[in-house]
Structure formats: structure tokens, C-alpha cells
Design a binder for this molecule. Structure first.
Ligand code: A2H
Length: 256
């Protein structure tokens, strides 16, 4: 981490359907016509076409915060809410209006709409034990084509669906190729996880190395093979996809 500011794209994933557990905890706190968004922070907006699920830490605590009175709410960590309060993301500077508190485990299975994703009928909120409470919003959108962490987690979830108390079909999904690279083909994360024999999302050291390789290869040598900027380099496409998301109101800037 060190010195400097990390600039994230904060995506707005609108809730389409809550699980019973979450409904109980939110009872009466959010109006019927209010929209709640899960807000993952990403450094790779150009990969958002391939979102096929979204992760929360099952044992982490989250809040639902009011962004537009009675209308719009964000599901994020308390830490992120505190930061956002000083970035003009909530209506009153310095104030983060918390209306409900939930555990990650309460929201597993929630169906959300992910902007740009090819999964237009929605994606599921799933558990990822390696989500850090101290980074971003504590919510991570899953793009298993290009993120080794996401790929390793999805694989683990499909193998141990029962243990994680999820439906296997929520995790067992086709992976969309988005970026072609000279060294790793068009499913960079899968290629690296297999080549480096990473067997579990807990292989933190190897995953960090894979993440580094994937990021550099994708950014400097990758070409888009999906979406409006097909044929452009990733370096060129990244700010363009980000701007589309911002213009559509489907994302906002978040820094920490
Ligand atoms: B990235 P940095 Cl396709 N805990 O988004 C663990 N990981 C987190 C997190 C948290 N609290 N908050 C964000 N992240 C992930 C896409 C992606 C990402 C791809 C490839 C690589 C990649 C889809 N997941 O990240 O430590 C988010 O996943 C590797 C650089 O601030 C976010 O971007 O550099 C990235 O880590 C932020 O990590």
C-alpha cells in the first residue's frame, strides 16, 4: 500500500431480491420502493462485462447507508462509509446515515443487477473469506476471467457448495473471455491459477504473485475482445469503460 491514493471505480449493483435472513434484519428500515446497491470497489472497470457474482466477507459487518432520502441506499463497510462521508458521496458532508446493520453471512444469495455484465438476469452475492475489512468497500465484484483471486474462490465455491451453504449453480457458471493477452490467452486468471498450481483461495502468497502477473500482462499487453471497445488496448479502453459507467450513473469515484 504505502504512500499515495488508490482511485477506485465504485460500482452500483442494485438489489433485485433479498434472502429471508436479510429481510428480517431490515424489517421496516427501508421503504418498499427504496433501492439498495451493493457497492464493490474495483481497479479494473474494463472487465465489468464478465461480472458473474459479487463477494462479501461472511464474518464481516456491513451497514446500509442512505444516499438519497427514502430512495437510494449503499451496502458497504462502516470504514468505507466513513471515507465516503468526506468525498461528497452522502448528502451531508461528514455524515454517514446508517439505517441497518448486517453480517456478510446474512446477505449470501442476494440477487443483484450488475451494470455491463452479460448476466442480465442478475448475479448472486457469495462468500469470500479473503475479503479484507480494511480495503475498498469490503464488497468485491467477481470477474473470474481476469482476477486470480476471484477464479480461485469461484472454483472453491463450486467444489464445496454445501459447506458454504450456497446453491452450486450460483457459482458454477461459464466464464466470459474479455481480454486477449499474448502470454495467457483470453482467460488469464484460469491460465495462471492452473500454471501455478494454486489449489485454494487461501494460497495467499501465490495468488498475490498471480495477481501481479495478471494485472501487468492485461494492462500493458491486453486487447479487448468484448464490449464497445473491442479491438482497443486495455490501456485505452479502461478510462473509456469507466467514463461510460460514470455517465450512466452506474458507478462513482471512490478514493482511499
Ligand atoms: B479488482 P488493491 Cl478483474 N478485499 O476488481 C480483497 N480484495 C479486494 C477488496 C477487499 N476488501 N476490495 C477490492 N478488492 C479487489 C476486478 C479485478 C480486480 C480484476 C483483476 C484484478 C483485480 C474484479 N474483482 O484486483 O489492493 C478488487 O478486485 C487486483 C489488482 O487496492 C480490486 O480490483 O490494489 C482490487 O482488489 C483492489 O486491490
Amino acid at each position: 500500500e504505502g504512500i499515495g491514493v488508490q482511485e477506485y471505480t465504485a460500482m452500483k449493483l442494485r438489489v433485485m431480491e433479498w434472502p429471508e435472513e436479510a429481510k428480517k434484519k431490515m424489517d421496516g428500515k427501508i421503504p418498499e420502493d427504496g433501492n439498495v446497491h451493493f457497492v464493490p470497489a474495483t481497479l479494473r472497470p474494463e472487465t465489468m462485462y464478465g461480472q458473474n457474482s459479487c463477494f462479501v466477507g461472511p464474518s464481516l459487518t456491513y451497514g446500509i447507508y442512505e444516499v438519497v432520502k427514502g430512495k437510494e441506499y449503499y451496502f458497504i463497510s462502516d470504514r468505507a462509509a466513513r471515507n465516503m462521508a468526506f468525498q461528497s458521496i452522502f448528502p451531508t458532508w461528514g455524515v454517514f446515515p446508517k439505517v441497518a446493520e448486517l453480517q456478510g453471512s446474512d446477505v449470501i444469495g442476494t440477487l443483484v443487477h450488475a451494470p455491463l455484465s452479460v448476466h442480465t438476469k442478475g448475479i448472486r452475492i457469495l462468500p469470500m473469506e479473503s475479503v479484507k475489512a480494511t480495503k475498498g468497500t469490503g464488497v468485491v465484484t467477481s470477474v473470474p476471467s481476469d482476477s486470480p483471486d476471484d477464479y480461485a474462490t469461484m472454483l472453491d465455491l463450486t467444489k464445496k457448495a454445501e459447506y458454504y451453504k450456497i446453491k452450486r449453480e450460483w457459482a458454477e457458471l461459464d466464464i466470459l473471455p474479455i481480454i486477449e493477452t499474448p502470454s495467457y490467452g483470453n482467460l488469464t486468471a484460469k491460465h495462471l491459477v492452473e500454471k501455478m498450481k494454486i489449489n485454494s483461495p487461501k494460497d495467499a502468497k501465490q495468488l498475490a504473485e498471480a495477481k501481479d502477473l495478471a494485472y501487468k500482462e492485461g494492462y500493458y499487453k491486453g486487447t479487448m475482445i468484448h464490449g464497445d471497445f473491442k479491438g482497443k488496448s486495455v490501456e485505452e479502453a479502461k478510462p473509456l469503460v469507466k467514463q461510460q459507467l460514470l455517465d450512466a450513473g452506474d458507478a462513482f469515484n471512490y478514493a482511499e
